[in-house]
Design a protein around this ligand. Structure first.
Ligand SMILES: Cc1cc2nc3c(=O)[nH]c(=O)nc-3n(C[C@H](O)[C@H](O)[C@H](O)COP(=O)(O)O)c2cc1C
Ligand code: SF4
Length: 483
């Protein structure tokens, strides 16, 4: 039976946007919060609407809403263009045009890959030193090997297009402007690990992306580009940040409540419907066709230190030149701010939130840091999705922390106590402290420690580490919170 082109994730009253029309929503994400002074009316709607919507992927023109859209500036600043070729051309949404392109994919990579033994492909990706772009930076080749080694009749590849980290819109433009590259990357991965079926999960906040990908899948199917060896189906989310976490995403695809699964088992052994599963971020998979056509050594030659290849960065509207950029790893954050972004439109830089709300805020004094997974970790921050939200001095650090904790408590999946019960209390305490009211600092500290040490997943841990990192970098701002 042919698969339907599109279906929706099952709902159990857990999702926020089941009944919302995205075109009628305003965005309450952190990039819109950073720019709230630019369109106070729109921000007011976003801040008071129910349900709240966090991030429409339009951070380059914030505060944003579902009714307005425009294209961001797109800048190619890497020594070789791996990812943005077709985005720079304004998008390639037709299979014939894609196949006649010269952008390091075009279907040639899939044809080459299908001539290769699966293990040779796994070796190639290992040698490229590609690491997952979804946040955890796990080596892609090791994941492929684990799923390839698993013995099972059915295996799955899942594309994680949930891009929930406020401030990032890179996956959005890969989906909207280069859908065939993603499909090609997923099909190559499927061949390498021996998967016959796949799902592409796109968040509801990206309706245009879902439409483009749905049409691209139709074209790919009718051209016989994927079948008979690999079936890929589109599923559209219903608004829950935690569906970006891979085990939660698998539960959503199975029609269960999308809460995080304890591990073990690892999903490479028992994932979707109990079968070995490979989950990848959009940007990760989009790099695969280039690696296959240009070779592992060419890819590994890009970047620096343990972070090889190129990275997409999303710069928010507080920069003079906001937009989507491809860079080599190793670029200094100061160069991102001054050269790519061309500085701030107004005010002075208070901090740069890199990699989303769970990843920390880089203070101006640390802008000499070079972009790399270990280098960012060394300053208690992270590369994450590559979102870059500049905050100017019209926003206090305390208010950023309040926003992050509020977001975090709203998006808790409820599976573990420190996050489910702890985050609403922390958000309320932070709000009180930011308003100048006294709070029980030792309770705040204990709740943060419990969140850091006992959360089941990276959501709770990330929230705690975010607060701890901010406290370290801005010691005077949160002093009274921990007394
Ligand atoms: C709270 C949370 C949210 C996440 N959200 C996303 C997301 O929106 N997109 C994504 O690709 N990965 C997200 N991840 C990471 C995924 O769990 C997973 O590591 C990733 O999809 C694997 O793909 P990669 O190897 O290509 O990075 C999230 C993780 C956590 C803990
Ligand atoms: S930390 Fe939060 S999001 Fe993660 S499993 Fe626990 S309740 Fe769910």
């Amino acid at each position: 039976m042919p698969e339907p082109a599109q279906r929706h994730a099952a709902t159990h009253g857990f999702y926020h946007l089941e009944h919302s029309r995205i075109s009628e929503c305003a965005c309450a994400g952190l990039a819109c919060f950073a720019a709230r002074a630019d369109r106070p009316d729109r921000w007011q709607i976003a801040a008071t609407q129910t349900p709240a919507l966090y991030c429409l992927g339009k951070c380059y023109d914030a505060p944003s809403d579902g009714a307005h859209d425009g294209r961001p500036h797109v800048g190619q600043h890497a020594s070789r263009s791996v990812l943005l070729g077709n985005v720079l051309r304004g998008g390639v949404r037709d299979l014939t045009a894609y196949r006649s392109g010269r952008s390091g994919g075009g279907g040639d990579a899939l044809a080459m890959a299908r001539q290769m033994a699966p293990q040779a492909l796994v070796n190639l990706v290992q040698a490229s030193r590609l690491r997952g772009r979804g946040g955890a930076a796990f080596p892609t080749g090791i994941k492929w090997q684990a799923v390839a080694n698993a013995e099972a009749r059915i295996k799955y590849v899942v594309v994680n297009a949930d891009e929930g980290d406020a401030g990032a819109f890179s996956d959005r433009f890969l989906l909207e402007d280069d859908p065939f590259r993603l499909i090609e990357g997923a099909a190559i991965a499927a061949h390498a690990v021996g998967a016959q079926r796949g799902y592409l999960y796109i968040r509801k906040e990206y309706p245009q992306a879902a439409q483009v990908v749905s049409q691209a899948l139709e074209q790919a199917r009718s051209a016989g580009w994927l079948l008979p060896t690999f079936q890929l189906e589109l599923v559209v989310g219903q608004g829950a940040y935690i569906c970006g976490e891979e085990t939660s995403l698998l539960n959503a695809l199975e029609g269960r409540r999308p809460e995080v699964r304890p591990r073990p088992p690892q999903i490479s052994a028992r994932g979707l419907f109990g079968a070995p599963t490979l989950v990848h971020n959009v940007e990760t998979l989009c790099a695969i066709p280039w690696i296959v056509t240009h070779g592992a050594a060419a890819y590994a030659a890009l970047g620096f230190s343990q972070s090889r290849g190129t990275k997409l960065l999303s710069l928010n509207s507080l920069f003079r030149r906001p937009g989507l950029y491809e860079v080599d790893f190793g670029i200094r954050l100061a160069d991102v701010v001054d050269q790519l972004g061309q500085g701030l439109r107004r005010g002075r830089l208070r901090g740069l939130m890199v990699g989303g709300p769970l990843a920390g805020i880089v203070p101006p004094a640390l802008l000499d840091t070079r972009l790399g997974y270990e280098e960012m970790q060394a300053i208690d921050c992270a590369v994450g999705h590559g979102g870059m939200i500049a905050f100017s001095d019209d926003t206090s650090i305390a208010n950023i922390v309040v926003q992050v904790l509020r977001f975090g408590s709203r998006e808790s999946c409820g599976k573990c106590t420190p996050c489910h019960l702890g985050t609403p209390i922390l958000a309320a305490m932070a709000q009180a402290a930011a308003n100048g009211m006294p709070i029980d600092g030792s309770r705040f500290r204990r709740l943060i420690e419990a969140l850091a040490e006992t959360s089941l997943c990276g959501h709770g841990r990330g929230l705690a580490e975010f607060v701890q990192s901010v406290r370290r970098h801005y010691p005077s701002e949160l002093q009274s919170w921990f007394d």
